[in-house]
Design a protein around this ligand. Structure first.
Ligand code: SF4
Length: 59
């Protein structure tokens, strides 16, 4: 499973990057997936469920 961020929905809260810094990186108030294979280093599911606008999908 790899995380995908919907840029249209992301409000730049930074929550996902805080939970999974190896997977998500904040750039100009949007979250980008920089390490799609790094979910083993953190809890990508928590990042997904913790997103306030449900912008993260695990595919
Ligand atoms: S948790 Fe959701 S809204 Fe917040 S930065 Fe990440 S993708 Fe964007």
């Amino acid at each position: 499973m790899q995380p995908v961020v919907d840029q249209e929905l992301c409000i730049g809260c930074g929550n996902c990057a805080e939970i999974c810094p190896a997977v998500f990186e904040m750039r100009e108030e949007k979250s980008f997936v920089i390490g799609p294979d790094k979910c083993s280093t953190c809890d990508c599911e928590a990042a997904m469920t913790g997103c306030p606008v449900s912008a993260i999908e695990l595919r």
